[in-house]
Design a protein around this ligand. Structure first.
Ligand code: SF4
Ligand code: MG
Length: 313
């Protein structure tokens, strides 16, 4: 709620602060239990910073993050530590966070022991269970990270998160590095896990077509601001923000009857350290009017659960 995360820009030998990047600039959204919220936008839009700030992996500048009613930034460190297993992060490439010298089974079991969630005698069985749930087997338990393919490594990343029995998983571009055929398998794995365990996901992706298959609700970010949020069906049927329409223009439509207005984005994402005035999208928006340069559009509800920030809507 009203979440802000600004990073200082430092310059010179003394590291003097010369400005700030408003990576997350007053963002609000809700994810209901058991739902999947897809956070979409170009790289540099602040999606990953939202994910990391929710997990309190970095400090906030302002706003609140409530998990099951508790403001996470109000929690003392020891209580936060107790909650940690309930909120897990999955990255694009889990390989970078795996120790090359530690066998996969031990790497997955480590977290269980760290958090005191299993005794040393129980760990192996718990890890074998979660490996099986992720489409791997006892054969993989004693292998090292380099022995796995990209898709298998993502299964390991998922297994490592799942073994802690979380309620919320924040998955940051978890399939972006994978071939399309493997992407589908991993997305199906995410979906299966959700059905079995009632998991809640925040699924971060630059790719709307990936989000479409998994998410019940979608938020579209641009330069640190939320431009539009709606249920998946509503967003695909009735996109209102010009930026959302542009992103949808790039997604292939299976049924020609559903042909959408085509909006092709011109220009690059502006420098986040120096975003455009007024509506941050005005430098690339084909519908911009003079007002858009001066006045920040309010993010407001325009239909049941459908919110948008645009002067023309
Ligand atoms: Fe385009 Fe103006 Fe709407 Fe921004 S407020 S999206 S510039 S029409
Ligand atoms: Mg990112």
């Amino acid at each position: 709620s009203g979440l802000k995360k600004y990073f200082p820009i430092k310059a010179g030998l003394l590291g003097r602060t010369v400005g700030q990047v408003k990576a997350v600039d007053d963002i609000s959204f809700t994810i209901n239990k058991g739902e999947t919220f897809g956070l979409v936008g170009e790289s540099g839009s602040g999606k990953s910073t939202v994910g990391r700030t929710i997990l309190r992996l970095n400090d906030k500048t302002d706003g609140e993050v409530r998990f099951d009613g508790i403001d996470l930034f109000d929690l003392p460190q020891d209580e936060l530590r107790r909650l940690r297993p309930k909120m897990q992060l999955i990255f694009q490439d889990p390989y970078s966070s795996l120790n090359p010298r530690v066998r996969i089974g031990d790497a997955i079991g480590e977290a269980l022991l760290d958090h005191g969630l299993a005794s040393p005698a129980e760990v192996r069985d718990r890890v074998l269970d979660v490996l099986a749930a992720c489409g791997l087997s006892s054969y993989h338990y004693d292998r090292f990270p380099h022995e796995f393919s990209g898709g298998q490594r993502q299964r390991i990343g998922i297994a490592r998160a799942l073994v802690l029995n979380p309620d919320l998983i924040i998955a940051d571009e978890p399939v972006s590095a994978l071939d399309v055929s493997i992407q589908a398998q991993i997305i199906n794995l995410f979906r299966g896990m959700q059905q079995k365990q009632g998991l809640t996901y925040l699924f971060i992706s630059h790719d709307l077509s990936v989000v479409e298959h998994l998410c019940s609700h979608i938020g579209v970010m641009y330069l640190g601001s939320m431009m539009e949020t709606a249920s998946r069906d509503e967003l695909f049927r009735n996109p209102l923000h010009p930026y959302t329409k542009a992103l949808l223009s790039a997604v292939p439509v299976p049924i020609p009857k559903l042909k959408r207005e085509r909006i092709v984005l011109s220009g690059e994402l502006p420098n986040p350290a120096n975003p455009p005035s007024g509506c941050k999208f005005h430098t690339r928006c084909p519908f911009a009017v003079p007002r858009c340069r001066e006045e920040v559009p309010q993010f407001r509800e325009v239909g049941s659960g459908h919110k948008v920030a645009c002067h023309l809507v």
